[in-house]
Design a protein around this ligand. Structure first.
Ligand code: ZEM
Length: 281
């Protein structure tokens, strides 16, 4: 068992499980980043509800929100880092039982970004988990707080302004779509955004501004593809170049990787901390 509070030991264990040849493009990194984002992106600044604190995605209705389809795998991949299956038989084999799920899920996103070549993300521990025995319905965010990919700029602003983000932060955060891919069985969409889905980069912005995006010809939901039908964009991704205020930042980040890394690190760190009680000094 690691010493309580040894977050570097947890980070190292997350980094060690990322490589997985039979999973997607060979890395668990993207789905772990998505877990950290969805755990946090339920925050509502007005009512100060939702957010990563509590790790409420373990409970219904958040666990069964269609937006969270597939994240049960991400949560299961992290389970052995906290409590390996055999630990009940051999308590000496427990790894980091002291860490809360809420800290583990957000730290795993941070460690994954860093392992995939991204910036260092500001991250602080201190999240606590709601207990399955005493959690109240009011503690669990309702479905519908996460963005709907079929919509446009107004919806994207409604969702992210609710959390307290600016247009610039919205665009910076969206650059995470350099990572991973869509799965028809989870979201209805298909394909990766970039040629390097396991590499954190500003490629998402470069591709948004240079590719001739066209509607994919298929029976599935409206999505956009490059002329070779290898890469994809969601309607909400296209909204970032169709809306002039968003587009301004897309062009900045396409040209300036360092600005993107700096702004992404700040915005992602802020996202993971929404709703986490912090004592002010
Ligand atoms: Zn995503 N995202 N996202 N996103 N996302 C998907 C996958 C990933 C939206 C969205 O609907 C979808 C942010 C913002 C927004 C990641 C990170 C972040 C998928 C595909 C969809 C449909 C799911 C599937 O089929 O598996 C929308 C509408 C967004 C805003 C408007 C933000 C912000 C993110 C992090 C900072 C990542 C890493 C993935 C890839 C997951 C994977 O399994 O590969």
């Amino acid at each position: 068992m690691s010493r309580s509070g040894d977050y570097d030991a947890v980070r190292a264990d997350v980094a060690a499980i990322l490589k997985k040849p039979d999973w997607d493009d060979g890395s668990l990194g993207p789905v772990l980043v998505r877990l950290a984002w969805h755990a946090s992106g339920t925050y509502d600044a007005k009512s100060r509800t939702g957010g990563s604190n509590g790790a409420t995605m373990r409970f219904k209705p958040e666990s069964t929100d269609g937006a969270n389809a597939g994240l049960e795998h991400a949560r299961a991949f992290l389970e052995p880092i906290k409590t390996p299956a055999r630990a009940c038989l051999e308590p000496s084999k427990t790894k980091h039982p002291w860490i809360s799920y809420a800290d583990l899920w957000t730290l795993a996103g941070v460690a994954s970004i860093e392992a995939m070549g991204g910036p260092k993300i500001p991250w602080k521990p201190g999240r606590t988990d709601k207990s399955p025995q005493t959690v109240k319905a009011a503690d669990i965010p309702p479905n519908g707080r996460l963005p709907d990919a079929s919509q446009g700029a107004k919806h994207v602003r409604d969702i992210f302004y609710r959390m307290g983000f600016s247009d610039q932060e919205i665009v910076a955060l969206s650059g995470a779509h350099a990572l991973g891919r869509c799965h028809t069985e989870r979201s209805g969409y298909t394909g990766p955004w970039t040629y390097t889905p396991n590499r954190f980069s500003n490629q998402y912005f470069v591709l948004l501004t240079t590719v001739q995006w066209q509607k994919k010809k298929w029976d599935g939901p409206e999505q956009y593809v490059d002329p070779d039908d290898e890469l994809m964009m969601l309607p909400t991704d296209m909204a970032l170049i169709w809306d002039p205020a968003f587009e301004k930042y897309v062009r900045i980040y396409a040209k300036d990787k360092d600005a993107f890394f700096r702004d992404f690190a700040a915005a992602f760190g802020k996202l993971l901390d929404l709703g986490v009680p912090r004592t002010k000094i």
